[in-house]
Structures are given as C-alpha cells and as structure tokens.
Design a protein around this ligand. Structure first.
Ligand code: SIN
Ligand code: MN
Length: 207
C-alpha cells in the first residue's frame, strides 16, 4: 500500500486499482467481521421510511446512520453501545492515500448482496467538507456511477473490483456517486458472496 498516485482519475476521483492485495483483503474481512460482532449490521431506513437495500454498520468515534429522524452521525450504535475502533489496517490505508489529512473518525461498512444498490448521492453530512473520503471495495464487482458536484447532467460509470480504492477529495469531494449494480459471484473473497464497501471519513469537527 505504497503507491502515491492513483491509477486513474475519473471526474476528479482518484482510483487505485488493487491497492489492497488479496491476503490483506482477507485480513480486512476478518477485521470487519469483528466490527460487525460488536456493532451488528443494520437495515437502515430513510426519513420517509424507505428501507435501503444495503446493510450498514460503523466503526470509529462517529457512525453514519439513517432512520426516521434522517441522515446523521451518531457516537453509538442504536443498541446503545459505542462503535468499535477503526481497524488499524484501515487507518494505514487512509494514511497511504491521503497522507496530509487528519486521521478518520468514522468508518462506514456497507454490505451489498447481489440485488443491492445505492442511488446517486453526495457525502455531505460531515462537519468539514474539505476533508477527503476514502472508499475501499471488497468482494464482488460493483458498477460505480459518477456524476458532477451539481445535480443532474451526464454521468459515467466504471467497475470497481475487490481491493480497489477510490478517493473523493478536492474539487471532487462533493461529487454525486452511487452504485448501480453488483456482479454477483465475481469474487470469492466473501464465502457467501456479495460486496463490502468501507468508507473512511473525517466526520466530526476539527480536533
Ligand atoms: C457510498 O457512497 O456510501 C458507497 C459507495 C460504494 O459502495 O462504493
Ligand atoms: Mn457516498
């Protein structure tokens, strides 16, 4: 994990292909299983009561959640327990791709089964929208759609594979993005199939 520059930049989003090698991907899956034991995956709903198709949990001081009260960061899982710490391996990944940023305080873990998707959205619930967002793909391939910072307009899509890392920073920090579909069975990393996306962010105010 020492490649300073992305392999490609699409609409300002840096993409590192296969930055996390297969052995480290397996170690990360074990780390994330431990996170999910302490903070079980949730089936979140939007403010309007619509269930998301992804399941979610978090690690770090702040976890992103959505429920009938809307989108926000919370210091605790809805069970009342504090979120578990962000695994060291993920902190090292962050430092490798955004060495100038302060450490992340939030690690969102999304699980996609083959039917799950995520609509186009911006990441904009963080206190300091100048801090980068680092996103890691594990497991099945995902079709990642990128729009613009403004709403509407043309989009472009690319496949993300297990071990790929995407960084939303600078002029692309607030770009619209989403996941159109998962290519079920494209990876054997997760025994039951599916995809995990890990999103590392600086969510809270500057410390
Ligand atoms: C997200 O934007 O929250 C997830 C993106 C992804 O699954 O790659
Ligand atoms: Mn997002």
């Amino acid at each position: 994990m020492d490649r300073a520059d992305p392999d490609l930049v699409v609409r300002g989003v840096g993409i590192w292909r296969g930055l996390v090698p297969p052995a480290a991907q397996s170690a990360l899956v074990a780390d994330l299983r431990a996170v999910a034991e302490a903070a079980p995956f949730l089936r979140p709903v939007t403010r309007r009561g619509q269930a998301l198709s992804v399941r979610m949990t978090s690690a770090g001081a702040l976890g992103w959640i959505t429920d009938r009260r809307g989108y926000r960061y919370e210091p605790r899982h809805p069970s009342g327990a504090a979120w578990p710490p962000i695994p060291d391996r993920l902190l090292r990944l962050w430092a490798a791709v955004v060495p100038d940023a302060p450490p992340p305080d939030s690690c969102l873990v999304n699980f996609y089964d083959a039917a799950a998707r995520m609509g186009l959205h911006q990441d904009c619930d963080e206190a300091d929208l100048t801090q980068p967002v680092v996103s890691l793909s594990l497991g099945d391939d995902a079709l990642f759609r990128l729009g613009s910072v403004a709403r509407g307009g043309r989009t472009e899509s690319l496949w993300l594979h297990s071990g790929d890392v995407a960084v939303l920073a600078g002029a692309a920090r607030l770009i619209h993005h989403g996941i159109d579909r998962i290519r079920g069975g494209s990876s054997s990393l997760l025994p039951e199939g599916g995809r995990i996306n890990v999103t590392l962010r600086v969510a809270g105010p500057p410390r």
